[in-house]
Design a protein around this ligand. Sequence first.
Ligand code: BES
Ligand code: MN
Ligand code: ZN
Length: 501
Amino acid sequence: MNINVKIGNAEKELTDMLVFYLYEDTKVVDSAFAYCDKMLNNAITELIKKKEFIAKLNKTLILPTYGKIRAKRIMLVGLGAKKDVTPDKVRQASGTTASIARDTGIREIASVIDSISNEWYQAYTEGCLLSLYKFQKYKNIPAEEKKELKSLTLLLSDKKALASTRMAVKHGQIIADAVCFTRDLINTPPQDKAPAVLADTAKKLARELDIQCKVLSKPELQKLGMGGLLGVSQGSNQPPKFIILDYNPNVKNQDTIVLVGKGLTFDSGGICLKPAKDMDQMKCDMSGGAAVMGAIKAISKMNLPQHVVGLIPCTENMPGGSAIKPGDIIKFHSGKTAEVANTDAEGRLILADALAYAEKYKPSAVIDLATLTGSCIIALGTFATGMLGNNEELKKRIRISGEKSWERVWELPLWEEYQEQIKSDIADIKNIGGPYAGAITAACFLSKFTEKYPWAHLDIAGTSWCDKNGAYTQKGATGVGVRLLVQLVQKWTRFPHKNTP
Ligand code: BES
Ligand code: MN
Ligand code: ZN
């Protein structure tokens, strides 16, 4: 969809639908609104007076105008109480606007949501574009059922705000495009995103962005001693791949940020096979990797100054004849060993190699994203991503970026006491920690590979997938992580070098 920003008078705009945003508790004084209301014999104010339209968040009403003004229809959209409006509520309201317009069969709309900040315009743009996302590549849809909202015009009254609003809209477009790219990868059926396919997608992306991409295959992984990634891949017919995306590698006097993403293109559980119910959802187990790719796409399109590296270990976890078995011991890139007590705790095994590999970039910070534990879903549900890490300053930055982007994180403790649970009698550590605090013991495992740099782990098991549609999310992949990471890098300032635990 096209989003245009222009200076214009709403009452003169020739459009299929003119959209006004109203607060629940504040009288509208906008002159265009008053004019349209007057031309419609005060129909709008009457409806509001009679409480037939209450401007609660995401409530809408469409009125025909019968030729009394130039716009064919008027749509009212509620924002809720004025004092409670946040950028995310704007994101929701614009999402509601766009998806209802599309479902009504309208192809072009004009919106008046004036005198708000640039942050709001960016959120507004994101909401529109994200709400229109659908994953329909595999569906035969008859032409007459296809509906598309083709264009949205944002009408401004202040000429001075034009350039900065256009910039905010552009950023919103870049971010929404990256989130949709990530959602597409996650929603793709596992048969069409085997590690080699994902690696090709990364290469194609890198060509498009003109950034560097390297893919490590089995012989190189063997040379590097990546026993975690190789071990997990053993039970599958699909060979593992290790994707390295490198944005801005030659920049001077800038921090290096390494983003690590879990890339399990399908997690059956391996020999410790998962139950059949909902196993299909385990195609989402590469959500962390997909978010890293999407974030780098947006970061590169915004030309952000930092050096950003994406590391994505990719494999399937399958119960084939050569699969790793409970009781096996594997050796990682760092030289450490782990006893595999449960083959379904595979994410930490492939992340261990990637986190150890991250050291070679001498990073200022490393952030990993992973659909790592069911335990995190039990602890935090679907609205908060779990965060654990070894550096207060980094966690603080992520927490703030989460609030700003509305991809919020909640910290869980990574206290020394929990480390006890992953001790092994026969290897350095073991890959499960007992029935309690599973999200924490998984992070304890990762912490053994991140001692050399500031690190934060984001468990997105609960936030990467949704079971019902929202104002700007559809059933399936949410694309979580992209907005958060872009916000974090956008606001990045030189990181204090010392690790401050
Ligand atoms: N990929 C799963 C975690 C997961 C569960 C992600 C549900 C999204 C939705 C992970 O590999 C896993 O299987 N974790 C196990 C670990 C356990 C065996 C220690 C879990 O959480 O049950
Ligand atoms: Mn698993
Ligand atoms: Zn998994």
